[in-house]
Ligand binder design. Structure first.
Ligand SMILES: Nc1ncnc2c1ncn2[C@@H]1O[C@H](COP(=O)(O)OP(=O)(O)O)[C@@H](O)[C@H]1O
Ligand SMILES: [Mg+2]
Length: 638
């Protein structure tokens, strides 16, 4: 029989050790907590010293405000904190810490000492965490926390630790997460007496040093292969600022990785692992990144602290949003907007003088990271317009008046000869004169340059200021048609064009069923596909912008797609997939001879089309081969 034991209150030490199980998993957890504390104390410079991957020693030294002598013993007490005093403060907490648990927990599973000095004190005091003894020592204003022999008293925990190298890597990762949120603070990490990482404080630029810090921590390549994100919700918070602001950088689809190890998301300066944020970001890549590839990004969400609960998880790595849909949409829109603009324009060398009619974007003031509450009160410039890829200004000077580039693009594409006529033609497009190809000495300022030739019936070769541009013409055109179809479908039901003679075809039972079940969806897509006989379907109308394609092939692909997405709710969500299928039918096929005008028309359309850097399947549509790369190929200038 089980022997009944008396109910007793656990001793404090044991309570702390139990709590430590939640907070302190490995040396990196200690690093995270100590750096949190240093940042909360207003440190500008934080130095870490580690021995044996942090197992033998973790020392974190800061130049923050310090701990007054009288408070020093309290710092090690459970639930003792200087950061909140009541429930209301908990609800709008703006510091990293607030639970008052970390130091007590760490102290219960290690050999700990704190040296600290405030500006008012003539010298520092050293507190021995074991004995509680204090003695004066020499130290500048700030705090050093030393944690020795982690888990020495709990050998079972110590056995779970990995090699020193692995623990060190986790410690560095913990600091990286902090460093990415606080470019204004300098960090240095020493291991076994060697400097292993150092990130200098950076506050320059219109972004408060963020790009510099991202480049320092994640590498230059991260910045080169990502685009700036800066988005504000139009809804206002009670304080008058935007409800949500999303900033940072989002990797271009090309920079995606097999693993999601370069995904950093922050809420009010706190690193979080959050499904809402991750899903919002990933869904912005839906249309440009297919398959299992993981995008890279560093995203900073600033929002009213009362709209997010950070007291969900002992390590505060999880949060709960008051309205998670609102946050999901904000992140999705922010990233989507950043990715949409065609990037050829961004790669252009900066023009000498501002182009007429092109206003330089106003610098967006960067609120202090560590004071999200204040950041909210600050006025924030209007978010950059969603789509300003290349304004009409940079048309090269030519003798004869030239149509604006958009018209030029339309006109050239509209004149593509048959066959296959397909959807290069826009039904509503005017039929103007194709303009002459600019002479070489005009040095066209178009991002994707001037078409030179077609290669193997697949690629368009063009020349721009950087060198050679190679375009996959089907992939590029497919995206253009797709984006156009999406825009049309967004406006209303798509304009439909009846066929003079309905096109009939022998249909499978699946096709017959799909045509019947999804007549409404088909109508919305501009398709009229109706039973003609027991085993025959007739295509009576097709979307106007695809009027010249193969109606039967188009109808069959769409029916096949519909059959896959049975339930109507799913069909609604699959709209973009349906449009993508249609776009493929509308896009120019390989081996189709294009004239230079047509090629130039396609290039101009690419420059004006959102997401045109990737085809509908997430592959790149064009590549730049710079003159320098060509020179290297030919060993020139060596
Ligand atoms: N580096 C530091 N500089 C100044 N004060 C510190 C530092 N580290 C800890 N403290 C003080 O010790 C208290 C307890 O720290 P901690 O156990 O991490 O709890 P919390 O951070 O949740 O308040 C803090 O509230 C703070 O007042
Ligand atoms: Mg803390």
């Amino acid at each position: 029989m089980t022997e009944r034991r008396q109910i007793r209150e656990l001793p404090d030490e044991l309570i702390s050790q139990i709590a430590a199980g939640e907070v302190v998993e490995r040396p990196a957890s200690v690093v995270r907590e100590l750096v949190d504390n240093a940042l909360d104390a207003g440190a500008r410079q934080i130095v870490l010293r580690l021995l044996a991957g942090g197992v033998r020693l973790i020392a974190v030294e800061d130049d923050g405000i310090g701990i007054p002598v009288a408070d020093l013993p309290l710092a090690l007490k459970r639930h003792a904190t200087s950061k909140i005093g009541n429930l209301q403060e908990l609800e709008s907490v703006a510091t990293m810490g607030f639970r008052g648990e970390a130091l007590a927990a760490i102290n219960s599973v290690s050999d700990m000492a704190i040296a600290s000095r405030t500006a008012e004190q003539p010298h520092a005091m050293l507190l021995d965490g074991r004995t509680g003894e204090m003695k004066p020592i020499a130290r500048a204003v700030g705090t050093t926390v030393e944690v020795k022999e982690l888990f020495f008293s709990t050998p079972a925990r110590r056995k779970f630790l990995k090699t020193d190298a692995t623990e060190l890597a986790h410690c560095i990762e913990a600091v990286r997460r902090h460093a990415l949120a606080r470019p204004d603070v300098g960090f240095a990490i020493w291991h076994e007496g060697k400097l292993v990482e150092q990130w200098r404080a950076a506050t320059d630029g219109d972004d408060g040093g963020m790009d510099q810090r991202l480049a320092d921590v994640l590498g230059e390549e991260f910045c080169e292969r990502s685009v700036r994100v800066d988005w504000c919700s139009s809804a206002q918070s009670e304080g008058g600022g935007p409800l949500i602001r999303v900033r940072g950088r989002a990797g271009i689809p090309d920079a995606a990785r097999a693993r999601g190890d370069h995904q950093f998301a922050y809420v009010n300066g706190r690193f979080v692992r959050d499904k809402v944020l991750a899903h919002g970001a990933r869904s912005a890549y839906e249309d440009v990144l297919h398959g299992q590839r993981q995008p890279v990004y560093a995203l900073y969400v600033d929002m009213d602290p009362t709209r997010v609960d950070v007291n969900v998880h002992p390590t505060k790595i999880e949060v709960r949003f008051r309205d998670s849909r609102e946050v999901h949409q904000a992140v999705r829109r922010a990233v989507d907007q950043a990715l949409a603009a065609p990037r050829a324009a961004l790669a252009q060398p900066a023009p000498q003088a501002p182009l007429p009619g092109v206003a330089a974007p106003a610098p967006v003031p960067m609120p202090a990271w560590r004071q999200p509450a204040m950041a909210f009160a600050e006025p924030v410039a209007a978010p950059a317009a969603g789509f300003t890829p290349w304004s009409p200004a940079p048309v090269p000077a030519v003798a004869e008046p030239m149509p604006r580039w958009q018209e030029a693009a339309d006109s050239a594409v509209a004149t593509l000869p048959e066959p296959p006529p397909a959807a290069l033609a826009r039904a509503e497009a005017p039929v103007p004169q194709p303009r002459a190809t600019p002479a070489p000495d005009e040095a066209p300022a178009w991002p994707l340059g001037r078409a030179l030739a077609q290669l193997q019936g697949i690629y368009i070769l063009a020349e721009n200021q950087q060198g050679l541009v190679v375009v996959d013409m089907h992939a590029a055109h497919e995206r253009i048609v797709y984006e156009r179809l999406k825009a049309q479908a967004d406006d209303a039901a798509m304009a439909s064009q009846p066929l003079l003679i309905p096109a009939t075809f022998a249909a499978t039972p699946t096709e017959l069923a799909a045509a019947e079940a999804h007549a409404d969806t088909l109508a919305q897509l501009g398709l009229d596909v109706a039973p003609f006989s027991a085993r025959t379907l007739a295509v009576r109308a097709v979307p106007a912008s695809l009027a010249q394609g193969d109606a039967v092939a188009l109808a069959r692909s769409v029916l096949a797609e519909l059959a896959q997405h049975e339930a109507s709710g799913v069909v609604e969500r699959a709209r973009n997939e349906l449009l993508a299928t249609m776009a493929c039918h509308g896009a120019v096929r390989a081996n189709r001879r294009l004239t230079l005008e047509e090629m130039n028309g396609l290039l101009r359309q690419m420059e004006a089309t959102e997401r045109s850097d990737q085809c509908n399947h997430g592959r790149p549509t064009w590549r730049q081969i710079s003159v320098r790369e060509l020179d290297q190929l030919f060993l020139r200038g060596r």
